[in-house]
Design a protein around this ligand. Structure first.
Ligand SMILES: Nc1ncnc2c1ncn2[C@@H]1O[C@H](COP(=O)(O)OP(=O)(O)OP(=O)(O)O)[C@@H](O)[C@H]1O
Length: 260
């Protein structure tokens, strides 16, 4: 689905990503982790075509990214990002409808009626009671669900998530990740997610790319990536890693230097 071949990126004179090389299979849930400033968002923005890369190539569905027209890319790829919502005056349903722009002609008409799809997604995200509210009348967590809805109504083949659980309490974190996973199972969408929470990354991702200071440290399954030595090398703190009692996947426990 995606091949990232030898990507390099500099802002002004400072290189922020170098020699990034990996591929993501169709239908995979692929995570990108790493400390603050390691280049995660920059990499995701390059995959979504928002910012250019300096060296290398990104290929999506066997076609180099730079050969895609904007609208053509928007028909296969959707992004959930913090700043992805329109200005505040819009209502929840209107925002969902905006997700259909890539499929409309210049008159705002679409070959397929998307009303049923929008209804289904509003219902699935628990937004039915809020659909006539404007964005400024929503909490941070509710806005995040609207942003996810706007991405899902595009019915993307590739869904890019930039820190999707920011602002969400633990209940909504799991709910949002489960919704994405469930949606993936029914539609076969490929998901690439930048995640700060290593435990969520371990639970949901098939494979994970770990970045450190703009370099690719390793790509592998949760058991290969979630080791205390690798995490200590990259994050500078040595956690305890234990197997989740239900999911049999590695989970980390942080250790305080101060004790209690
Ligand atoms: N527009 C920009 N101009 C200059 N430098 C930038 C720009 N955007 C990001 N950077 C720098 O590039 C590096 C990588 O930033 P990026 O936002 O990709 O990291 P990140 O891993 O997503 O960080 P975080 O976890 O803190 O969100 C950082 O050093 C950042 O300061």
């Amino acid at each position: 689905m995606i091949q990232v071949n030898g990507i390099q990126k500099a802002y002004q004179q400072t290189t922020v990503l170098k020699e990034i090389e990996f591929s993501v299979c169709k239908g995979e849930f692929f995570g990108i982790i790493g400390p603050n400033g390691s280049g995660k968002s920059t990499l995701l923005k390059m995959i979504s075509g928002v910012i250019p890369y300096d060296v290398g190539e990104i290929v999506i569905q066997d076609k180099p990214l730079r050969k895609y027209a904007r609208k053509e890319l928007a028909q296969i790829l959707a992004v959930l990002e913090q700043e992805g919502l329109p200005p505040v005056g819009f209502r929840v349903r209107e925002v969902m409808e905006m997700g259909r722009f890539p499929f409309q002609n210049w008159l705002g008409e679409e070959a397929e009626d998307a009303t049923a799809l929008i209804d289904e997604i509003i219902e699935m995200l628990g937004l039915s009671a809020l659909e006539d509210r404007t964005l400024d009348q929503l909490s941070g967590g509710e806005k995040q669900r609207v942003a996810l809805g706007k991405a899902l109504v595009q019915k993307p083949k590739l869904l890019l998530l930039d820190e999707p659980t920011t602002y969400l309490d633990i209940g909504y974190q799991i709910q949002l990740m489960d919704i994405v996973k469930g949606w993936q199972k029914t539609t076969g969408v490929t998901v690439v997610a930048v995640l700060h929470d290593l435990n969520l990354a371990s639970l949901y991702c098939d494979r994970i790319l770990m970045l450190h200071k703009g370099k690719q440290v390793q790509v592998g399954g949760p058991r290969e990536i979630m080791t205390s030595s690798l995490i200590e090398d990259v994050y500078g703190t040595r956690p305890i890693v234990m197997e989740h009692p239900v999911h049999q996947l590695p989970q980390i426990f942080l250790k305080s230097e101060m004790g209690k």
